[in-house]
Each structure stands twice: as C-alpha cells, then as structure tokens.
Write a protein that binds this ligand. Structure first.
Ligand code: SF4
Ligand code: SF4
Length: 431
C-alpha cells in the first residue's frame, strides 16, 4: 500500500469515527433533552445530568481526581471497594448506545444481546474516553454474552475475568469467589502499584457505606405516594453513578435528598395521586437507552421503582465485616456482591422473586413492566416465574422486548399505553 492509499485509509477511518461521534452525540442530546423536559425536575438533578453530558456529549472521561486510574467494570458483582482500595476508580461500562450497538452488530453473532454488542462497538471504534482511558477491564463471567465479551476484550485490552459462582449457598461457592477477588486484587496492584491493606479496604468500605446511606435516604423518600421525583430522573441519577467518583456522587446525592425533603415539606410532589404506579424490572437500562422509562412517564404512568442492576441493586447493603483483617473484608465483599444479588444469572432465583414482592409492597405497585433486551436469555427465562407469582396477587404484568434502536418506539408506546389503561380500568372497576 503506497503512502497516498495509507492517507486515504487513515482519513476514511477518521471520517468513520467522526460519523460515529456525530450520531452518538445526537442520540444522547435527544434523550438528555427528553429527561430534562420532564416536569418536576429537582434543581439538584443538574450535577447528575452534567455527568451524563460530559461523558456522552462532550466526550470526556470519568469524573475523578486528576491522575487516578480507572478500571472498567461490567457488573455490580465486581466489588467497587476493592478498586477504590487499590487507588483506582471503578467505571461501570455496560453499554446503552444505539450507535455503538450498530458497530457491535457486525462483530457479535446476531442473537447476542445489544448491551454486549454496544460494548464491543465502543471498543472497536475507540473514541469514547471513558472506555479508552481504562487501565484494566474487569469482566465477571455471569452469562454467555459476558463470557464472550471477556474473550473479545482480553485480546485487545488488559482484562481480568472473574468467575462468578452460579450458586451461592454452599461454602465452596463463596470460597471460589473469595479466591477470584484475591486474583483480581493482585491485578489491581500491578496496575496501580498499591498493595492491599486492611486500612485501605476499610476506608473504601467507609466511602461506599456513605453512598449507601444517602441512597437509603433517597429510597425512603421515593416510597412516598404521590411520588416526589420522577422515575426517569431517578434512573439518570443511578446511571451517572457509573462514571463518577463515589465520594462526589454521595455529595450530589445528599444535596438531592435535602431538596426532596424540602419539596415534601412544601407539598410539591412530582405526580398526581391517582396515576398507575409501575415497577420496571428485567434487563439493564443503560443511558442513552431510556426509551422505556420515558414512555411510561409520557403515557401517564408513574415509574415508582426499578429492580434492575443500574438501579438500587448496584448499591445494596454495606459489607458485613466480622473479622477485621484483609481476609475478613475480602469475605465480606464476596458475600455482599453475590448473596443478596437479584440477578437471574444464578441457578436459584428465589431471592429475585422475594425482592420484587417486597418492592411491590414498599412502592405500592399496581403493574409491572418486564423488560427483556433481545437475546438476554437469563432474564427471559425468569419472566414466567414472575408472571405466575404476580398472577396470584392479581398484579398485571407485561413482557416488553426491545433492541438498541428507535424502530420499536411506536410499538412500545402502544403497548405501554394499553397497559396503563388496563391498570386504570382495573382500579375503576374495583371501586
Ligand atoms: S444483569 Fe446481572 S450479570 Fe448483567 S450486569 Fe447486571 S447484575 Fe451483572
Ligand atoms: S445478563 Fe442479559 S443484558 Fe446482561 S450481558 Fe447477559 S445477556 Fe446481556
């Protein structure tokens, strides 16, 4: 190939990257605008919106202290405390981009899930700083798509694969995950040069505990009927957590909670009392793929809760440290990352059903929308179990399958609208 050909090749590649940036920014602008335009937006939501703007529109990296390395994670089962203790910051990189999905669609087989295709697309195009700047990728093997993603990334980037046990009741399962965490910690030390110590682990646990405290305050406020904050706004807050240092996110969260408490005192609620209260569960909902939460709220529903791993599942209880040593904390982290997790990738999913039943009561849910990303078998399998349980309680549920594009928006709109009408009709006829 002569020099001119090389220049042409280079410029074609540059043009491809530019096209990607233009399209990807346009989609993000559109969805951020829709979130912005929803009524009753609290002022304290702005910092979270700015984080999403920074990452997806300004195309800048994660929000973190200067010089701090980042570690890309692909599941809530990677304990963030371990990464903070090693002097790095975790960045949750599950992809929600339609533009990156289109690139990944040519890389992965047709039936792979869009979330993993989007990650592959981001890796292949190589223009998103938040992905590019990561010093290490941590991929837990939870489903087949994640397994193949780990293989794909490890050929291109420093990658560590975490073998998550498929069960969690036997001691051997936990022992296995503790060993994985030690191996992961060694890789982290290679990247940051920081040796693991009890003091560092305990400081990191303190930081995440502070975030969990603010989140629990928020969950308490969110249980109010009528609702004090729109569900879509809440999902933006939780998505922004993926790209922000936990200490800063906690500060923003405290300001939001303070504002919401003030709104409750003044009686400024974000929804009318009689609107259908809906819970969303199923495959992850990652920005900018916010079409479903937006549709629910645009069609007159109230999104009261989300049982997804981009929601409160990512910040469950703090680790219960019994033994104050490095090993004690490692065991506590292995436990808290897997035992309470409601992801259906485990063999036994009773906890998932139990948790959803609990949320139905806590949030006074009147209908459940079960979101399945095309190709996400683990969530699809669980639908039937949940449908039976909800049937016993006479709570309506629909399964909604979607992909990473906007072609199905109108069809989804019709189904969501009909579902909301059904709940309204049910309420009226039971009066
Ligand atoms: S859906 Fe399950 S496996 Fe996938 S990122 Fe969420 S918790 Fe992890
Ligand atoms: S759990 Fe579902 S959405 Fe997540 S990577 Fe696996 S197939 Fe994709």
């Amino acid at each position: 190939m002569n020099e001119i050909d090389q220049i042409r090749k280079g410029s074609a590649e540059d043009r491809r990257k530019q096209r990607f940036i233009n399209k990807s920014v346009a989609v993000s602008v559109k969805y951020l605008r829709k979130i912005d335009e929803l009524p009753h937006k609290p002022d304290a939501l702005e910092p979270f919106m700015n984080i999403l703007r920074r990452v997806f529109i300004d195309m800048q990296g994660a929000v973190k202290p200067d010089g701090m390395p980042t570690v890309g994670t692909y599941c809530v089962m990677v304990p963030q405390e371990l990464i903070y203790a090693a002097g790095a910051m975790p960045v949750k990189l599950c992809g929600g981009s339609y533009t990156a999905f289109n690139i990944g669609d040519d890389i992965a087989p047709r039936d792979a899930c869009p979330l993993v295709k989007a990650v592959m697309g981001f890796q292949s195009i190589g223009v998103m700083p938040v992905y590019q700047e990561c010093s290490l990728m941590a991929v837990p093997v939870t489903c087949d798509c994640k397994k193949k993603l780990a293989g794909y990334l490890s050929e291109r980037r420093p990658t560590v694969t975490l073998h998550v046990p498929s069960g969690r009741d036997r001691d051997a399962d936990m022992e296995q995950y503790v060993r994985e965490l030690y191996l992961f910690s060694r890789r982290l030390t290679e990247v940051t040069g920081v040796e693991l110590s009890y003091e560092r682990l305990s400081r990191a646990c303190g930081m995440t505990a502070a975030a969990q405290y603010e989140l629990s305050r928020f969950i308490e406020l969110r249980r109010r009927a009528p609702l004090v904050i729109k569900g879509t706004h809440y999902m933006a807050v939780m998505n922004a957590m993926s790209y922000t240092h936990i200490a800063l996110w906690t500060r923003y969260m405290k300001a939001l909670n303070d504002e919401l408490e003030e709104k409750i005192r003044r009686g400024e609620m974000a929804s009318k009392e009689n609107r259908p209260r809906i819970l969303i569960t199923g495959s992850p909902i990652v920005f900018p793929n916010f079409k479903l939460p937006l549709l629910i709220e645009e069609m007159g529903g109230v999104l009261v809760g989300d049982e997804t791993c981009m929601g409160e599942r990512g910040a469950y209880d703090p680790p219960a440290i019994v033994d104050q040593s490095v090993d004690g904390v490692m065991r506590a982290l292995a436990n808290k990352s897997t035992r309470p997790c409601t992801c259906p990738t485990f063999v036994d999913n009773k906890r998932r059903v139990y948790r959803i039943m609990q949320m139905l009561k806590d949030y006074q849910v009147q209908g459940v929308i079960y979101h399945v990303l095309r190709g996400c078998l683990v969530y699809d399998y669980e639908y039937q179990v949940l449908e039976e349980e909800l049937g016993k309680l006479k709570i309506p549920v629909i399964r909604v399958e979607s992909d990473y594009n906007e072609e199905d928006v109108e069809q989804l709109r019709i189904r969501v609208e009909a579902f909301i009408e059904l709940i309204k009709y049910g309420k009226e006829s039971s009066r």
